[in-house]
Design a protein around this ligand. Sequence first.
Ligand code: SAM
Length: 391
Amino acid sequence: MDPAPAEPTPTAPSSAPVRFFATAAKGTEPALRDELRELRFSGVRADRGGVHFEGTLREGYRACLWSRIAMRVLMPLATFDAANERFLYDGVRAVDLEPFLTPRHTLVVGASCRSSRLTHTEYLSQLTKDAVVDRLRDRFGSRPNVDKKDPDVRLFLHLVNDVATLYLDLAGEPLNRRGFRPGGAEAPLKETLAAAVLRYSGWDRKSAIVDPFCGSATLLVEAGLWAQNRAPGLSRARFGFERWARFDRTEKDVFEAQRAEARAALVRDLPPLIGRDTSEQALTLARSAASRAALPLVLELGPARDALVAGAGAVVANPPYGKRLARPAELARDLAYLVDRHPNAHVAFLLAETQPMGRTRRRPEPPRHVFNGDLPCVVRCWLPRRRRGDG
Ligand SMILES: C[S@@+](CC[C@H](N)C(=O)[O-])C[C@H]1O[C@@H](n2cnc3c(N)ncnc32)[C@H](O)[C@@H]1O
């Protein structure tokens, strides 16, 4: 991520423009860029690790409420030279954080760095935290405490080429936490990555969608939310920005109006959302996720290979990863079989990079490289035959 230019944001009224940075899993930036454009944000530009966009602070609230792919929404508070400890400390200490943070609040500071003289991220976050609390102690006579688990305010210091940018996080808990996931799922997919895979698939959100390796049904739940035009943030109890000092009655009303607008935009009709898995335990988790999300998933016990849904508009899957899989060659053959069995469907498979793929009668789209956590993966897509013919 390149540091955004410093913006006069902290004390500005809610209508002042901000250049936000929405973070995303590596490789999903183009999907997030397209999503933010579709959501009518302006100044949208993909970058390494996320997407820049512009708008008022309230547009930042709206991004948290609506983005399916962003992990966090960050607001730059200041950019300054930080070639040494003194510069860093003074730069942070000069930032007016009082609109967000008082001694009554708790905070946490994260840090990252690249190509800079200061290299220890833990030390960077410590120094940043010291500068923040020293400033507030001077101002108020007492200091805010650190809470690593559930802080009111999250700050990130990003250092590149000795230039630091201090960011304030709007999201709080990462945005992938929708609140539907039951505990205990094995190798669950992050909701935000699932949403990116769905977007890459080209699915029309109206036709039946099948996940033959559904596990706890993350892809199908995301598909259901998207088909319903349901803002993923509607199910969240609270976002980070709702805990800021400046989030007063007026801001509450503004955000409540955004939530009401999102509820009014809900589409009730749903296409069939069909999942299969060979594990009864996985299907129990899928049923629980479906019920929490109030989505009518059709779930079947059985091998992926036997999945055949006439008229399916999309087949999406995150099959087991090579690391744990005894027979990747067999999986390669099954995946190719599924592609050929659904010639008129959009197909998208999220695979470990090492997973081979069998030969298909259809030509795949160029692979998209993404990261699932630390695991290098690839999204392989096929367009429907009919659509190729049309084009
Ligand atoms: C990586 S997990 C899928 C995770 C899922 N996307 C989620 O978010 O929970 C792969 C799933 O494939 C299932 N599986 C393995 N072999 C299968 C097969 N031949 N047919 C159907 N499901 C299979 C496993 O039981 C597991 O639930």
